[in-house]
Design a protein around this ligand. Sequence first.
Ligand code: MN
Length: 198
Amino acid sequence: MVGVSPLKDYAKKRSFDKTPEPRGRVASRSQRRFVIQKHRASALHYDFRLEADGVLKSWAVPKGPSLNPADKRLAMAVEDHPVEYGGFEGVIPEGEYGGGTVMLWDTGTYEPDTEDVGKALRAGELRFTLHGKKLQGGWVLIHTDGRRWLLIKRKDPFASKTVDITVEKPRSVKSRRLLAGIARDEGGDVAKAATGDP
Ligand code: MN
């Protein structure tokens, strides 16, 4: 992989003259930010991203995170994104890759249980603590096969069997808007975006 940018796949999928998404570049210093973007594309999902090795390691979680440690949420590994992507909220034009409305659903920092995040991910299991506006406490990402991982809440005082965080906290942490509001303000498909709001 020497000489190949980890953002090659990211750039290949997008036309930066057509989408407002950032082109970005590999960052030199990691600050261990995490971000979750709620994305009403062809299907609703939550993009879970952890900063490591100068990029945002990324997974698409169809059902979103659950605070219940009994729930094992499927998380499909997707291409690395630039760190700048962590600030993006807006509308990707229909017909472009990921076309639809993107909301900054949660953001903050994370603390891995181990120093070398890249190594833990390559080994197929990363345990970490989130310090977000919505998500807190211990979590684990476990690789099952291919691109499939599981995102699971660990048992601690932030776990809950009753609170559905995606329903109770549906708004943007950046703008307080719902998906429909973002689509309305930024020229997107409001009716389609609204199907992702509770
Ligand atoms: Mn997405």
